[in-house]
Design a binder for this molecule. Structure first.
Ligand SMILES: *Cc1c(COP(=O)(O)O)cnc(C)c1O
Length: 365
């Protein structure tokens, strides 16, 4: 048996008529850019994640740019983020005009360590971007307390954490704004690129909307120099068709994670993902730790099981950040995690047989 890392085709087959109907309707109405399907998805997604405004855009990377740029960073301003994320998080800090400051993770949840944030604050710090990595909420009480104490803004990167909660409250509702990606493989995925920024702040929402739409809200009235970052009608209609299924898909991921937890927990050398109390994990990725990670990955891959490493090099050590001259001692947890992490097949439709195959191979290894 082969086990894919994810299976987008299978998900499509389960809701084919809904997706096909949505696409046909957009074509029939010529509603390709903006229009009723985009407006509807923005309303529906805002309601689903408990926020007032959803500003859709072209992808999750643009969403980060729109949020950070709207918070008006100046050259020399420092924005703190985690060492362990996808590069969009840190790259958009730079592109918005600020300086990236990396912090280590907490050693248990793969999310940013609040103590490391506190230690990284300088008089030039203006904001914090926690990432709810793999689908588990970062420690938002501690992060918000630090932000309040030092007068900093917070933008949550929720690209991997649709519907995750911290103490019962949805991620994306703690900071000034939060960003989402609807890349096809994300927990809520389009059939192409798509993203959104959410906020409860009317003024921020208006500025982000202008910034994403050539600097204005009305055609030919350009109040600022914006960019062109749009969610298109086809993607919006596809996302609206999928959104009602998201709670059930999330539950299926959580059930599959439980199966892995029980089956892998007692295997020597396997470190299963740990979920902190009062947080939910929506398992965008199910990532284990193993001291012989590369050999384990080769064993799984040669037996038909696809795996991934998220990510092989943590951010401070990428060539893109060689200018900082970071050393591994500055990020002990992220440094050791990058050598042992391995993401196993995880998707809502994964079967018990597929999971048994994965677990048996790990056991025999
Ligand atoms: C996917 C992802 C992004 C970027 O989203 P795109 O839609 O691919 O641009 C940003 N941050 C994190 C943590 C991600 O996983």
């Amino acid at each position: 048996m082969t086990v894919p890392f994810a299976d987008l085709q299978l998900q499509y087959q389960t809701i084919k008529s809904e997706i096909d109907g949505a696409i046909a309707a957009v074509i029939r109405h010529n509603a390709f850019i903006r229009g009723p399907y985009v407006d509807a998805f923005e309303r529906e997604f805002a309601a689903a994640v408990d926020v007032k405004h959803c500003v859709s855009c072209a992808n999750g990377t643009d969403a980060l740019y729109l949020a950070i740029a709207t918070l008006k960073v100046q050259p020399g301003d420092e924005v703190i983020t985690t060492a362990h994320s996808w590069i969009s998080t840190s790259a958009m800090i730079t592109h918005a005009g600020a300086t990236v400051v990396f912090c280590d993770t907490d050693g248990a949840t793969f999310t940013i360590d609040p103590a490391a944030i506190e230690a990284a604050i300088t008089p030039r710090t203006v904001g914090i971007i926690p990432v709810h990595l793999y689908g588990q909420a970062a420690d938002m009480d501690a992060i918000m307390a630090i932000a309040r104490r030092h007068g900093l803004w917070v933008v949550e990167d929720c690209a991997q954490a649709h519907l995750a909660r911290y103490k019962g409250q949805q991620v994306g509702t703690f900071g000034e704004a939060a960003t989402y990606s609807f890349y096809p493989g994300k927990n809520l995925g389009a059939m192409g690129d798509a993203g959104a920024v959410v906020t409860n702040d009317d003024a921020l929402a208006e500025h982000m909307t202008m910034l994403a739409r050539h600097g204005g809200l009305v055609k030919h009235q350009h109040h600022i120099e914006g960019i062109n970052s749009r969610l298109d009608g086809l993607q919006a209609a596809i996302l609206s068709a999928k959104l009602p299924h998201l709670p059930q898909w999330t539950k299926a991921r959580q059930d599959a994670a439980k199966v892995y937890d029980v089956g892998l927990n007692h295997i020597e050398d396997v470190m299963i993902p740990s979920v902190a109390s009062n947080r939910t994990h929506v398992y965008h990725l199910y990532t284990i730790g193993h001291p012989r990670r590369d050999a384990l990955a080769a064993h799984l891959n040669s037996n038909g099981v696809q795996t991934a490493i998220n990510y092989p090099t943590v951010l401070p050590f990428l060539p893109a950040y060689s200018r900082f001259g970071h050393r591994s001692e500055q990020f002990p947890n992220a440094s050791s995690d990058q050598k042992r992490i391995l993401s196993l097949p995880m998707f809502a439709e994964i079967t018990a047989d597929q999971q048994r195959t994965v677990m048996d191979l790990i056991r025999t290894f």
